[in-house]
Design a binder for this molecule. Structure first.
Ligand code: AMP
Length: 281
């Protein structure tokens, strides 16, 4: 497994690979890797070569967010990638990605204005910009994103469509702990007590799936139950719990096509997200 820290190194390696006729899969991450990231790497193995980027992207964090404290352990990440059969890790410094005077951004309206975009106004501009840069640097055939960040997945698919990027975006299912808690690098912020309290997110997801399975089509009725469940947990504070069209992220009242039930909930100081997509069938 190779490790590159500069754009130039990645370009040289990718050029050789392409000359040999290899296909390339890219898995963008912020590191502190866990089984959720690992599942994306496994999906990406359908390509001849797999690149994982490990980069805590400063421009997707708001001024009061956790950029400084975001967990990092590159040695551990390297081992996990090696074991997962990754061919190249791209681990640049912020100064390599954002040269002095950097001033070009990819900014999307519409899809980015609901859910996480509402509470994190500059977040998706940062995400779209860094992912565009990674796409230009690694020039993958396919790129892999988790359903865990459902809005991000929809936004990236939309960006690729809008900007005619010749890359297939592949969504991979949410990986959960046995308890139901969705795996996240941010789970490391949680105390034991908070980890128990955090189960309200997955419980709300399962409740939603159960109600939908029984035939409930009214999103307000489902959201009401989900919110009541979360509010019963004293350590939980809701940022949002919403039902939107899974593709356009526009709020919906009735389940007639795939609906994304998504939430962001503070457990103590830690903001966690979870979601499920309910099919009309
Ligand atoms: P992050 O390092 O948190 O930016 O995540 C990098 C990628 O891994 C994103 O596409 C996430 O959606 C995905 N990911 C993170 N956690 C999970 C999970 N529990 N299950 C599936 N994918 C995940």
């Amino acid at each position: 497994m190779k490790v590159a820290t500069t754009v130039k190194e990645v370009r040289e390696i990718v050029k050789e690979w392409k000359k040999e006729g290899n296909t390339i899969g890219l898995v963008p991450t912020m590191g502190y890797l866990h089984e959720g990231h690992e599942s994306l790497m496994k999906c990406a193995r359908e390509n001849d070569k797999v690149i994982v980027s490990v980069f805590v992207n400063p421009i997707q964090f708001g001024p009061t967010e956790d950029l400084e404290s975001y967990p990092r352990d590159f040695e551990k990440d390297k081992k996990l990638c090696e074991q997962a059969g990754v061919d190249l890790i791209f681990h640049p410094e912020p100064s390599e990605m954002y040269l002095d005077g950097f001033s070009t951004y990819v900014d999307m309206s519409g899809l980015t204005e609901e859910l996480c975009g509402k509470s994190r106004p500059i977040h998706f501009r940062g995400v779209c910009t860094v992912v565009s840069k990674l796409f230009h640097i690694a020039t993958p055939d396919k790129a892999y994103f988790g359903q865990k960040d459902a809005q991000q997945l929809a936004v990236i698919k939309h960006m690729v469509r809008d900007l005619n990027m010749d890359i297939e975006v592949v969504g991979c299912p949410i990986i959960r702990e046995e308890s139901g808690l969705a795996k996240s690098s941010r789970n490391t912020y949680l105390s034991e007590e908070e980890k128990k309290a955090a189960l309200v997110l997955s419980k709300a997801v399962f409740l939603c799936e159960e109600m939908a399975k029984k035939g409930e089509k009214n999103t307000a009725a489902i959201l009401k139950e989900m919110i009541a469940l979360i509010e019963a947990e004293p350590l939980a504070k809701i940022d949002y719990v919403k039902a939107v069209d899974a593709e356009t992220i526009v709020p919906v009242d009735t389940i007639t096509k795939p609906v994304l039930f998504a939430m962001a909930v503070y457990i103590g100081k830690t903001r966690l997200i979870d979601n499920t997509i309910i099919d009309a069938k």
